[in-house]
Design a protein around this ligand. Sequence first.
Ligand code: VG1
Ligand code: CO
Length: 553
Amino acid sequence: MAIQNLPTHVFSGQRPGTSGLRKKVTVFMQPMYLENFVQALFDVLNGVAADGQIGTALHGQTLVLGGDGRFHNRTAVQTILKLAAANGVQRVLLGQGGILSTPAVSAVIRGRQAFGGIVLSASHNPGGPDGDFGIKYNASNGGPANETLTEAVYARTQTLTQVVLSDAPDIDINTLGTCQMEQMQVEVIDPVADYAVVMRRLFDFDMLRGMFKRGFTMRVDAMNAVGGPYAKAILEDELGAPAGTVVNATPLEDFGGLHPDPNPVNAEDLIAHMMRADAPDFGAAMDGDADRNMVVGRNFVVSPSDSLALMTAHARLIPGYKEGLLGVARSMPTSAAVDRVAKAMGLDCFETPTGWKFFGNLLDAGRVTLCGEESYGTGSSHVREKDGLWAILFWLSLQGATGRSVESLVREHWRTYGRNYYSRHDYEAIPTSVADALMANLRETLPALQGQVFGSRIVTVADDFAYTDPVDGSASVKQGVRLIFDDGARVIFRLSGTGTEGATLRVYLELHEPDAAQHDRPAQDKLADLIALADQVAGIHARTGMAAPSVAT
Ligand code: VG1
Ligand code: CO
């Protein structure tokens, strides 16, 4: 065991955001940077007493470890193992090759009753030596650490002066089986096996096998990220989808230059395939750590908010949900499409701040079964993270159970509930001071915006979204500026918590159109008034110099 003093300049510094600590790889590669964060985490998990004495809560426990395979993943795994061995961890369950998707980490923690787990990923952020790296901790329920733990770890990173590391040599992370690092056992596990068990429990694999046998065609773009091995093992090897159904299926350190953010802009190759005359029946993509999904029909893209609404409406068709749902939850910026379904079905519908950790409490308390976000994330009570491949299997099952195409399912849904036109505009790499000033100014104008008339609309709510957790009573404030209009339309502004370059302003736009004759308009046209209004009230162009968003999805 070696004790290393921390140079003062390495303090991990910034507060971890909604999904752990995300930084440029170059930041993570600074000597002792990752070590500082992980030692702080282990100290907090072990328990730091008022007099600074470190407890032993972690001793004798099992942790799960794996990542999305991006650049620095393998190096970070070895470092974390050495820290774990020196900090009293008894056993680490490590995904083979250092690979585990985010939902798989959650499934392994839950399935094997581990103490917690560490996920190495910057999710949808680009990878490679010039890209991003990230780390997050998931607790024993399989979900992201809560704010209290995150804050405690952050505080600890600021005061820590030493880390303890094993000086044992690196271990072989490629071979399945068990080995020792000092007193600690490392079990290298198949990254897919535990996860596949959960999927078999939820979905009718025989029915899905039958679909492929009868010639159903599908294209899954894993974007050279961690979803590939999962999709290949389950769809091709187990369900009999033809070889080549999953493309870009091998996790690469730089994602092959792709930006593994499954939206129509970044997954343009999938969209192009789905628009062709010979398009497969069904298309889907996942992000870097395979917790996000985009589902696409022939010549038809499904908005994530609609996806959650349709899943809710049809859940009983899926064996895992045939008893019905306990309730549903969506993040605040996610469209209210699901609210309409929940209302019709008599289900509770919760509106939470952005980020999966808020869903965790509701899921643990048995208040909800399905959750979703506008950012291409949906999930259920089967794990405590959003889950890309689960969502794909869900949509595949819906098509199998109804015999209908993606487009016909969504259009029927719109006829029943109306269409929630939706778009998110991202303004990236804004200087932080400019973005902060824009939001501060917007917050100051809220009282004046209340009741203001914009064309045919009146602002009925102008506020800064605050949330009191119905389970533990904890309060989260300043979760996004909302303008809600008398016709239900909404414009929402918030700053991203996951970017690593300057600030990203997200503007979320939504309106409800009940008239089926109006369901074929391009979303950007339909939302044009709201887009102009957003600029008018926030001064986006004037303040940032950007006349248009970097990405509109
Ligand atoms: C974004 C999304 C949010 C999601 C988060 C983590 O956060 O908007 O819905 O939960 O990423 O997703 P932000 O703060 O940048 O808007 V993942 O797949 O990157 O872990
Ligand atoms: Co992700």
